[in-house]
Ligand binder design. Structure first.
Ligand SMILES: [Zn+2]
Length: 409
């Protein structure tokens, strides 16, 4: 995502927090502090600076990177390869690559990801007001094998998702067996709201200025800034990280360096890997959804960001001793986008019942790859859950998907 600047910060105007720490607070500092915040919020009993798991687990680990809606035309088509240099050059040669991974369900975000996570085509509310109706991979794994919640995480930057993505409404499973679900950008806004409420602003005029500067920073070049809410149920800042969070946030706003939702999601995912080493981590990137605003260049920029961040995620898998040599990573889009010239505005949307919208690809890296190969046989998104469940040692459930035979158990 293209870097933008916060206009308010460019002006160097008076800022209603202490200036000294701000001079040294970088965006990196902010992000690091925000990562600690997430860890503190999501697992309040965990020590923020220690891994929950003190010994490396010998079991198979799973990382799934889901990228919003991208067409083949802009990715694994000859004219699209320029947008995905890491996927096509660095990762493809070592991967088990499915050329045709089909979404045959609802091509909207919550349903698409629910289908991937459950192995059944889900047809619940598009905006995540209802949980998936059959057990997610997290629930199957946790209930079946007695796994702790800290071993299953979703980190996402798609505002069409809600925390209901982490567990189903199945009465035999449900939230008691669900994953930690984290929306880093919401947490950042939430932390800002807390900082504002904390009395660090001199008066209401300053407060509204801070808020407007923050909004500018967050919206910047990123469509996701639109429509995000600051959650009121946010007064749970871990005291151990509160001051660093506040200083970092202030520096972030003052520095005027808006980062994209996906950058923040990547950072947070890596922090979760380093602090908690979960056995199942699902990361949802969605900068590509800038397409909904008709910005083709931003959509392409989002693809390049996802390409880079997916690669960096794999690099973390290879560098992190808790993951190296025992992890399967899967990268796939939720769906494509509508074809140019369609009645639904082409790449803007993902509603058409055509291959451009339904037919994408899936890349597998790591332990489950017996040998690099390209599989032309079409597979379905619902095939992934039973495949991963088998890798994790779960008892097979009756689902619409079928285990993919190319994955090495
Ligand atoms: Zn979308």
């Amino acid at each position: 995502m293209q870097e933008g600047r916060c206009p308010g910060a460019e002006m160097g105007s008076a800022f209603p927090v202490e200036p000294v720490p701000l001079l040294h607070a970088s965006r990196r500092t902010f992000l690091r502090a925000a990562g600690m915040l997430v860890a503190g919020l999501a697992l309040p009993r965990a020590r923020a600076n220690e891994k929950v798991r003190t010994t490396a687990n010998s079991g198979h680990k799973i990382v799934v990177a889901v990228i919003g809606g991208v067409r083949r035309d802009e990715t694994f088509a000859p004219e699209g390869l320029v947008n995905i240099p890491h996927l096509s050059t660095d990762l493809l040669p070592k991967s088990l690559f499915y050329s045709h991974a089909r979404n045959e369900g609802v091509t909207a975000h919550f349903n698409a990801i629910s289908s991937i996570l459950t192995g059944n085509w889900q047809r619940v509310d598009d905006w995540g007001k209802l949980a998936p109706t059959s057990p997610t991979l997290f629930e199957q794994y946790r209930k079946g094998l007695g796994v702790d919640r800290s071993d299953t995480w979703v980190v996402a930057s798609n505002k069409a998702l809600t925390s209901l993505i982490g567990a189903s409404s199945d009465s035999n499973y449900g939230p008691a067996y669900g994953a930690n679900v984290v929306f880093p950008k919401q947490l950042m806004l939430q932390a800002v709201a807390d900082a504002l409420r904390g009395g660090r602003t001199a008066n209401m005029a300053d407060r509204s200025k801070v808020e407007s500067e923050l909004e500018s920073a967050m919206e910047g070049s990123n469509y996701e800034g639109l429509g995000w809410n600051v959650f009121d149920a946010a007064d749970r800042l871990d005291p151990r990280v509160r001051s660093s969070i506040q200083a970092a946030i202030a520096g972030f706003v003052r520095g005027g360096g808006p980062t994209s939702g996906d950058e923040l999601t990547f950072f947070m995912s890596r922090e979760v890997m380093r602090k908690f080493a979960p056995r199942v981590l699902v990361v949802v990137f969605s900068d590509v959804e800038a397409a909904h605003f008709g910005a083709y260049s931003m959509h392409l920029s989002g693809i390049r960001t996802a390409d880079r961040l997916a690669y960096q995620l794999w690099q973390e898998v290879e560098a992190n001793p808790d993951y190296r040599g025992q992890t399967t990573m899967v990268i796939l889009p939720e769906f494509g986008r509508d074809p140019d010239g369609s009645s639904t505005n082409g790449f803007f949307n993902h509603r058409a019942n055509v291959d451009s919208t339904r037919d994408t690809w899936m890349m597998t890296l790591g332990t489950a790859v017996d040998r690099p190969q390209i599989v032309e046989r079409p597979i379905r998104h619902v095939d992934l859950c039973p495949t991963l469940a088998d890798l994790l040692g779960c008892r097979p459930l009756s689902v619409q998907g079928t285990r993919l035979v190319e994955f090495q158990g």
